[in-house]
Design a protein around this ligand. Structure first.
Ligand code: CUA
Length: 321
């Protein structure tokens, strides 16, 4: 999993990293020059300390004064030039970031909730829209337009290897262009403090070749598979007769809750709880029974299920590929 700002995987992050390196090298050179000048001044003033009392307070040596003025003026001029270089470089970077816009883009709708991400891929008709959570798949080498919304408070979408941060502000839709040039898994993180579980509001962007992406989207667009064995069928009944349906949706069943992650293909996702836990039966069981222990403050209540019901539910959910 790649999460570093400097391990860039796409053009947007590349432009930002280039600006970062320019600033890094210039600032490093300034630091070395200033430190060198300071050390030189210390070294040259050795031995002068003893005579300092004998030096009159006002000792205007015209030559020395002129030299000091020249040094100060050149330092100010150099500072102005460097700041101008930074200003022009960052304006040019902003311009380059805007160049990715394209008609061929893949469009994704992203909504921040406390504390997870709803991801929607529009279909030909609204009914064909595909909904998932916390995992964004994108094809490599193709611009992706992410339309960003928030359901509650301000969140910030940040996948460092792909782009800078983009705030999700309630009532004010925003958008961001990303592109991944290399296949890979890129870790994202909410970058705006949004409450108790802000640090656990993560997501994963999975970039893959177009054919693989198309196959994924095709599979995810299907309704959930019907349970084939009695245990999984019992698990579905547990799901539908419990409070789960009030918040979660499983396409192809009566569950159509819209305020929690869509579970239609839950088993195909690598993580649970906004990319904070590996998606294993043990973690899923712990989450269902007492998610407040894992992420205190989240919207899911504790569920007391009998061992048989829980086991059946895990078998059903584990079959949702
Ligand atoms: Cu959402 Cu921090």
């Amino acid at each position: 999993m790649i999460r570093s700002v400097l391990m860039t995987a796409g053009p947007q992050a590349g432009h930002i990293a280039a600006l970062w390196w320019l600033m890094f090298w210039i600032c490093l050179a300034i630091l070395l020059l200033v430190t060198g000048a300071l050390l030189l001044a210390f070294w040259r003033s050795r031995g002068r300390a003893a005579t300092i009392d004998t030096v009159p307070l006002i000792n205007l040596d015209p030559h020395r004064e002129r030299r000091i003025s020249r040094v100060v003026v050149s330092c100010v001029a150099a500072t102005v030039v460097i700041l101008l270089v930074f200003l022009i470089a960052s304006a040019a970077t902003g311009h380059r970031l805007a160049l990715l816009a394209s008609d061929q883009a893949l469009k994704i709708r992203l909504t921040g909730y406390r504390w997870w991400w709803k991801v929607q891929y529009p279909g030909e008709t609204p009914a064909q829209e595909m909904v998932t959570a916390n995992e964004i798949h994108i094809p490599t080498g193709r611009p992706v337009l992410i339309d960003a919304y928030s359901q509650d408070v301000i969140h910030s979408f940040w996948v460092a290897p792909l782009h800078g941060k983009k705030d999700l502000v309630p009532g004010h839709p925003s958008s961001i262009w990303i592109q991944a040039d290399r296949p890979g898994r890129y870790e994202g993180q909410c970058a705006e403090f949004c409450g108790l579980q802000h640090a656990h509001m993560r997501l994963v962007v999975i970039a893959e070749p177009q054919e693989k992406f198309d196959a994924w989207l095709q599979a995810q667009s299907q309704p959930a598979r019907q349970p084939s064995d009695p245990l999984a069928q019992h698990g579905l009944n547990v799901f539908l007769s419990g409070p789960c349906v009030l918040c979660h949706a499983i396409r192809g069943t009566e569950a159509n809750g819209q305020v929690a992650p869509d579970l239609t293909h839950l088993a195909s996702r690598a993580t649970l709880a906004a990319a904070t836990l590996p998606n294993s039966p043990g973690n899923l069981a712990g989450w269902i029974v007492d998610s407040q222990h894992v992420k205190p403050g989240n919207a899911m209540p504790a569920n007391s299920l009998s061992a048989e019901d829980l086991q059946a539910l895990l078998v059903y959910l584990g079959g949702l590929h």
